[in-house]
Unconditional design. Structure first.
Length: 202
């Protein structure tokens, strides 16, 4: 299953915010009890909890730094195949490593060539840019929020809403709750029951 919690800012993130994010991420332990790992620099921090299925070694532990040392990958899901010459054997050994190599080669264009169920974040270390995406059906969850803390913009995203709420409390959205109680279903693909927390639309 796996799960990740990440924070990004165009400004330097202070240590207190990083520690708070690390603590919030621990609620995802049940999603990935086999391994916990993190990547932290001045602008980006990602905390990953891994459920090892294909590769039982630490070769595929995430956040995964690509071969070029330019991209950091946090990824939940399964890649079925790439629209290029990657072999199925490569994917069977480790789709994480192959995904990182693919992003090194194609960048954001990778997402038009990937088939599978996934929620992916890749961070460009050189350009200090973060990109997130989901599969076209939206099987794997990915939630996000834009915050301002002490005057600094902060973009946070996670496999679960709980980790975001553990990072910072958000008020309930009464309109969303009323709609759900009235209709018995939530038809809003983007908004959640919490004001300020959103689903990434596939």
């Amino acid at each position: 299953m796996c799960g990740f919690f990440s924070i990004y800012s165009p400004n330097k993130i202070n240590t207190g915010i990083v520690n708070k994010a690390r603590d919030a991420s621990k609620s995802m332990f049940s999603r990935g009890p086999d391994d916990a790992f993190e990547y932290v620099d001045n602008n980006y921090a990602s905390f990953f909890y891994r459920l090892a299925i294909r590769d039982l070694t630490n070769k595929s532990r995430q956040p995964f730094i690509s071969k070029s040392k330019r991209h950091v990958i946090s990824y939940n899901g399964e890649i079925y195949y790439f629209n290029d010459n990657h072999s199925k054997q490569d994917l069977y050994n480790s789709d994480t490593i192959q995904l990182a190599n693919f992003i090194d080669q194609y960048g954001e264009d990778s997402f038009n060539k990937i088939r599978g169920m996934f929620a992916i974040c890749f961070y460009d270390i050189k350009n200090k840019k973060v990109t997130i995406t989901r599969d076209c059906i939206g099987i794997k969850p990915l939630f996000f929020s834009n915050l301002i803390i002490n005057g600094s913009k902060l973009f946070i995203f996670s496999s679960t809403q709980k980790a975001i709420i553990d990072f910072m409390k958000f008020p309930l959205d009464d309109n969303q709750i009323f709609r759900y109680l009235k209709m018995g279903i939530s038809c809003d693909k983007r908004n959640t029951f919490f004001k300020g927390i959103h689903r990434l639309i596939p």
